[in-house]
Write a protein of this length. Structure first.
Length: 54
């Protein structure tokens, strides 16, 4: 079972196994878009805050 929705240009999907608690959330964006670059940064940093260089 899955549920898909869109937030801006980012598509989000939630995969659910009936009768089980685990869920997997996926996020995708168009290749080369600013949203895809943001998701790549999130993947690399793991959501940690990154200091910007001057």
């Amino acid at each position: 079972m899955s549920d898909t929705y869109r937030v801006g240009a980012v598509a989000c999907g939630v995969l659910i196994v009936p009768g089980a608690d685990p869920r997997m959330v996926t996020r995708t964006a168009a290749t080369g878009s600013a949203d895809a670059e943001g998701l790549d940064l999130l993947r690399v940093t793991g959501g940690r805050t990154v200091a910007r260089l001057p």
